[in-house]
Design a protein around this ligand. Structure first.
Ligand SMILES: Cc1cc2nc3c(=O)[nH]c(=O)nc-3n(C[C@H](O)[C@H](O)[C@H](O)COP(=O)(O)OP(=O)(O)OC[C@H]3O[C@@H](n4cnc5c(N)ncnc54)[C@H](O)[C@@H]3O)c2cc1C
Length: 476
């Protein structure tokens, strides 16, 4: 440029990719989320075809002051991946999975659902420890932690995360890994979706897997106290290859059940389960099966031939629900068990339940500040769940979950960011614990204008705190 010459005008940012606007064919499908309790009307939805589309969308929204939300599998319990009048940056068309068997890594498009990921990896005999529901998006799951039936053996999904490609608040496409932007990678390992930028791809370490053994043990509902006693002594300290969860169903359903998976053979599983099988409470049914890994994924995800027996998540497409969560750091005494029993006795429907996911094993071997996911020392998570179909049933079901959550507070701590619940008042501490200050500093560095804002996004620290080095803050 010659002296005195004006720089050429910067091109106006514009939306690229597949753009769906109100009134367009397909707009209603495009704005829908998994939880039918939530209905929002974005001003535009961009289905990105590459990282450049996401970058253009971020710049376009920033230039206009339009609210943005990143979206992958649409499974946020509170629907925070859609926003009225704002721009949804949807990555669900980025669903390619490339596996490098030699290096033991896979690059996964941020819009892939879990079944796509498991299928592609399973074809070459590897996997990552993801969640149980086949339609959950890899992005939300990984960014918030990611628990599933391989977690006690292989860790949370975020523990296998090696790198992310992300579009930042400036519209730049960057890679965060152990060499560059390490703090951002740390934040992406459990710091929650939607906070720092739009992830367009994830690089994971993969793990060999062939056959697994799965089981389901059911008991009559009246055995709840005895089963709870036996389960809590067993599940968080069982053999690391064994992950299981306990479904305490509403009394009107008649039964409670423990479901799980061993990276190992059926006979060994039967032996390992003896503390549960020989407990004072006598099971009403016991099923054990050794199956190819992809078969187990299908069974547990409700896609198998026997969904009534195996399915972990009862969610169907387009149904209404309210879920909340908490963590047990100590075994429950009689009071906590009585509180659960009383709530399940008075539940509004037989579909209400409390699900306990056993931690320990590989989840607990990682330090609480080594990744953004803080609840490494928890014994198990609790998920308070209510499902219904008619809108008129909403108030009663939501109130049941909230009453139960509050009644359990003396016995639990914290909550899981991936089981988002807008009722939790102390959510920053509940989701992030002692990692909150470091997350807030990373937020201030990568998103100083808080472009990636939503009702439960990581708050920015006051400016003075943001300028201290992150390591010092983490140690505070
Ligand atoms: C039926 C069902 C089953 C589930 N099972 C499990 C389970 O087994 N284990 C478990 O740990 N959790 C489970 N969950 C919880 C699930 O992990 C979270 O709801 C998760 O956030 C969903 O991610 P998503 O991409 O599908 O949802 P979305 O609604 O698309 O996104 C969730 C959050 O992530 C953000 N986000 C999405 N994409 C991106 C992106 N590309 N870049 C940055 N941020 C992004 C969104 O803005 C939003 O804040 C389940 C949820 C449901 C509804």
């Amino acid at each position: 440029m010659l002296p005195g010459e004006r720089p050429p005008p910067r091109p106006e940012p514009r939306l690229t990719g597949r753009v769906v606007l109100p009134g367009d064919p397909g707009y209603d499908d495009a704005r829908e989320v998994h939880n039918a309790r939530i209905s929002r009307n974005p001003g535009a939805i961009v289905f990105c075809q590459d990282a450049g589309d996401a970058a253009n969308a971020v710049r376009w929204a920033a230039a206009r002051g339009v609210e943005i939300r990143a979206r992958s599998g649409r499974h946020c319990y509170e629907g925070f991946s859609v926003v009225d009048a704002g721009l949804v940056i949807d990555v669900s068309d980025l669903r390619g999975v490339r596996v490098d068997r030699e290096r033991g890594v896979a690059v996964v498009g941020a819009g892939a659902d879990l079944l796509t990921v498991y299928d592609a990896l399973g074809q070459v005999g590897v996997t990552i420890p993801g969640g149980t529901c086949p339609t959950v998006g890899i992005a939300g799951l990984t960014l918030g932690g990611g628990f599933g039936l391989l977690s006690r053996a292989l860790g949370l999904t975020c523990d296998s995360l090696l790198a992310v490609e992300m579009v930042t608040a400036d519209g730049d496409v960057i890679r965060a890994d152990e060499g560059e932007h390490q703090d951002l990678l740390w934040a992406c390992r459990g710091g929650g979706g939607g906070n720092f930028g739009v992830v367009t791809s994830f690089t994971f370490e993969t793990h060999p897997v062939s056959e697994v053994s799965i089981f389901r043990i059911a008991w009559p509902w009246a055995e709840l106290p005895g089963v709870m006693e036996a389960w809590q002594a067993f599940a968080p300290c069982a053999d690391d290859r064994l992950t299981c969860l306990l479904q305490l169903r509403a009394r009107s359903s008649g039964e409670i059940a423990c479901i799980g998976q061993l990276l190992g053979a059926g006979q060994e599983l039967y032996r390992l389960l003896q503390p549960l099988l020989a407990a004072r409470a006598a099971p009403s049914s016991v099923s054990i099966d050794t199956v190819p890994y992809l078969g187990a994924v299908g069974q547990m995800g409700g896609l198998g031939r026997d969904p009534d027996r195996w399915t972990v998540h009862a969610h169907q497409a387009q149904e209404r629900y309210k879920n909340s969560s908490a963590y047990a750091y100590e075994r429950f005494g009689g009071d906590a068990i009585a509180t659960l029993s009383a709530a399940l006795s008075g539940a509004p429907s037989s579909r209400c339940l409390v699900q306990l996911d056993a931690y320990g094993g590989a989840v607990g071997r990682i330090a609480p500040d080594a990744t953004a996911f803080p609840h490494r020392r928890a014994l198990w998570s609790l998920q308070y769940q209510a499902y219904w179909t008619a809108p008129a049933e909403e108030a009663e079901n939501v109130a049941w979950v909230e009453r139960l959550r509050r009644a359990m507070l003396p016995h639990v701590r914290g909550a899981y960011v991936n089981y988002m619940d807008a009722e939790i008042e102390d959510w920053p501490e509940a989701y992030y614990g002692a990692n909150l200050a470091r997350l807030a500093a990373i937020k201030a560095r990568y998103d100083p204008r808080d472009l990636f804002h939503f009702p439960r996004s990581i708050p920015r620290p006051p400016p003075a705190a943001a300028s201290a080095p992150p390591a010092a803050r983490a140690a505070e």
